[in-house]
Design a protein around this ligand. Structure first.
Ligand SMILES: Cc1ncc(COP(=O)(O)O)c(C=O)c1O
Length: 370
C-alpha cells in the first residue's frame, strides 16, 4: 500500500498552492526553440546591480567558505544610518518575502485572521494559509485601489495582521501618506500592520517617507533590494518597526538567513544612491513611454506607480502567447483573478522597443518605436 503523505502533512497544506513565478528565460527558449528572449515578468531592475555592488561581490566571493554574520550587523548599521533609526528597529530577511512570511507566522495561527486586499500581493494569502490562519480578502475600490475603509471594517476580534502594499503589485496603485495615516488611525492599537513598500524607490519623490512620517504602534514597513537596487537574485529585504515586535519575529528566523554575498552587496548598493536614482529615472521614463502607447491602443489596464505596466485585453491569453512566440515574457494575472490583464515589467530602452514592436503587430496597431 502506498503511503498517503498528503494525509500526514499539516492540514493547511491541502489549501496551499505553490507560488507561480515569472517564466524563466531558459524555459521559454526551449519551449519555443528561440535563441534569445527577454523577461518582463518579475519586476526586476533591467539595468542590473550597481557596478560598486558587483565589485564587492567579486571580492566577497573569496570569503564564502565562512558563515555570514547571522545578525547582518553591518547592513543593519548602514540602514540605520540611511533611515536615521536604531538598529533594533530593523529586521533583515532573505528577500522581503521572508520578512512577510515570518511576520505573519509570528502573529497569526489557527483561529486567527489576516486581512489583505483581494488583488494585493499574493504572498500575504499564501503566508496566512501556511501559518494556519484564515485569509480575509477584501475587494478593491474603484480603479483597483485597496479599499482602506472596507479593510478597516473587516477587522474582527480574530484579526491579528493586516497587510497593504503601496504601491501594490500587481495593480500598481498608490495611496498617499495621509490616506495611509487615516487608515492606521482607524485600526486597533494591538494589530500588526504590514506596509509593504517593495516599490517605494519608484514613488520616493511622490509620497512622504513612511519610515519617519507614519505612526501606529504595530506598523511594520517592509522594503527590498530586489527591485530598484537590482539585487533580486541575492535575496535581501528588510522591515522597520517596533523593536519588541521585530524581536519576536527574530525567534522564527533561521540562524543565517541572509547570505554573505547578499549582505555585502546590499551595503554597497545602498551607498550608491546615484546609480539607484539613475535606474529609477530610466524606469519611470520607460513606464511613461509604455503607458502612453498602451493608452493609445486602448489596452492600458490602469496607471502604475511601480516598475511595471498593466495591459488589459479581452484576449489577454492570446496576447501572452503571441508575445512568448516572439521571445517576450510578460506575467499573466489569472492567479489574481484578473484573466484579462498582463503585467509587464519596464525593461531597458531596447527591450521596451522590442515589446512595443511586438505588441504593435499583435494588436494590429502602429507603434512609434523610434
Ligand atoms: C509587493 C511585493 N512585496 C514583496 C515582494 C517580494 O520581493 P523580495 O522577496 O524579492 O524582496 C514583491 C516581489 O515581487 C512584491 O511585488
Amino acid at each position: 500500500m502506498p503511503i498517503d503523505w498528503s494525509a500526514r502533512a499539516v492540514g493547511q497544506s491541502q489549501r496551499l498552492h505553490p507560488y507561480v513565478p515569472g517564466k524563466p528565460i531558459e524555459m521559454l527558449l526551449v519551449e519555443k526553440g528561440l535563441s534569445k528572449a527577454i523577461k518582463l515578468a518579475s519586476n526586476e531592475n533591467p539595468h542590473g546591480p550597481a557596478p560598486s555592488a558587483i565589485a564587492v561581490l567579486k571580492q566577497a566571493a573569496e570569503s564564502v567558505h565562512r558563515y555570514p554574520d547571522g545578525d547582518a550587523g553591518d547592513l543593519k548599521q548602514a540602514l540605520a544610518r540611511k533611515h536615521k533609526i536604531s538598529t533594533e528597529n530593523i529586521f533583515i530577511g532573505n528577500g522581503s518575502n521572508e520578512v512577510l512570511e515570518l511576520m505573519i507566522r509570528t502573529f497569526a495561527g489557527n483561529g486567527d485572521e489576516v486581512i489583505y486586499s483581494e488583488r494585493g500581493f499574493i504572498v500575504y494569502a499564501l503566508a496566512a494559509t501556511a501559518a494556519g490562519a484564515a485569509g480575509v480578502a477584501v475587494p478593491e475600490a474603484d480603479g483597483l485601489t485597496h479599499d482602506l475603509h472596507a479593510m478597516v471594517a473587516s477587522v474582527t476580534s480574530r484579526t491579528k495582521v493586516i497587510c497593504i502594499a503601496n504601491p501594490n503589485n500587481p495593480t500598481g496603485t498608490l495611496h498617499d501618506a495621509s490616506a495611509i495615516q487615516d487608515f492606521l488611525d482607524a485600526l486597533p492599537r494591538g494589530l500588526v500592520v504590514i506596509l509593504d513598500e517593495a516599490y517605494y524607490e519608484f514613488v520616493a519623490d511622490k509620497i512622504e517617507d513612511s519610515i519617519n512620517a507614519l505612526q501606529h504602534p504595530g506598523l511594520i514597513i517592509c522594503r527590498t533590494f530586489s527591485k530598484a537596487y537590482g539585487l533580486a537574485g541575492l535575496r535581501v529585504g528588510y522591515a522597520v518597526g517596533d523593536a519588541e515586535i521585530l524581536g519576536l519575529v527574530n525567534r522564527f528566523r533561521e540562524p543565517f538567513n541572509v547570505n554573505l554575498l547578499a549582505q555585502k552587496a546590499a551595503i554597497a548598493a545602498l551607498d550608491d544612491t546615484a546609480w539607484v536614482q539613475k535606474t529609477v529615472a530610466k524606469c519611470k521614463a520607460g513606464r511613461q513611454r509604455l503607458e502612453t502607447a498602451l493608452e493609445e491602443w486602448g489596452v492600458l489596464g490602469g496607471k502604475s506607480f511601480g516598475n511595471f505596466v498593466l495591459l488589459r485585453h479581452q484576449e489577454a491569453a492570446f496576447v501572452l502567447q503571441k508575445l512568448e512566440d516572439q521571445g517576450i515574457i510578460p506575467r499573466p494575472l489569472a492567479p489574481y483573478c484578473m484573466p484579462d490583464y498582463l503585467r509587464i515589467t519596464v525593461g531597458t530602452a531596447e527591450e521596451n522597443n522590442r515589446l512595443l514592436a511586438a505588441l504593435s503587430s499583435i494588436l494590429g496597431q502602429a507603434a512609434d518605436v523610434a
